[in-house]
Write a protein of this length. Sequence first.
Length: 256
Amino acid sequence: MRHQSFKAFVLKSVPFGQKDRLLHLFSEQQGLSVAMAYGASSSKSRLQAVTMPFVLAEYEIFYYKDRITIDAGDLIEAFLPLQQDIAKLTAAAHLSQVTIDSLVQGVAEPAAYKLWGYTLHELCHSDDPAIVAQIAAFRLISDLGYAPWLNDCICCHAEIDQRGCFSFPDSGLVCSKEQINQEACIYLSQPAIASLLYIVQADYKILFNFKISNRVRSELLSFIDLYLTEKLEKQYTRLKLMDSFETIINSDNNRD
């Protein structure tokens, strides 16, 4: 048995029984951990505010055998704009699931923790939460060892002119001289390749400080979606819900 305190983001918060909540916490020192917050769903609980999704708080943690319990918490940042906008909340939930699927419990990932802080701040202020979430997801798995080869041809290191063919089995760009399986690749424009290189290499402080056209945005969203599916062996569908939201909103506006 032992007690410990640390700052952590709530990546996921789900009801457990009638009054409790099960949390996925992400701290700089402990990495990903799963903790129980007893009574947190009660309106009178002091834990209610610090067990909401995506908040940052200082937690008092109690360890007993393999179980982790939250004894107390002090809210640091609530990131309220995420709770007030369904598109931003959906984007944060998407990134949260990618993060949970990518991390190993109990393994500290200080760089990923720092990335989460910058990303939540950007999501709160961005008008395009979908691209912010996908940029962060791509950078996250790249930093965790799944970075693609984007500098030149991964096979012969020839320069890529104009469009480049990205081979998912090879995890890199392939020039026109190489024999490739067309069904296992996607063509990317030079602006899209340059954007992906920037995402992989940029300092977190300026990660989201670039502008792209609508065409390049579509390329990035499609590519990153396929890349996540390839590397994490799972399809992520939350961002597709945002298209449904926009369709409903536009339909209501047209009727008005």
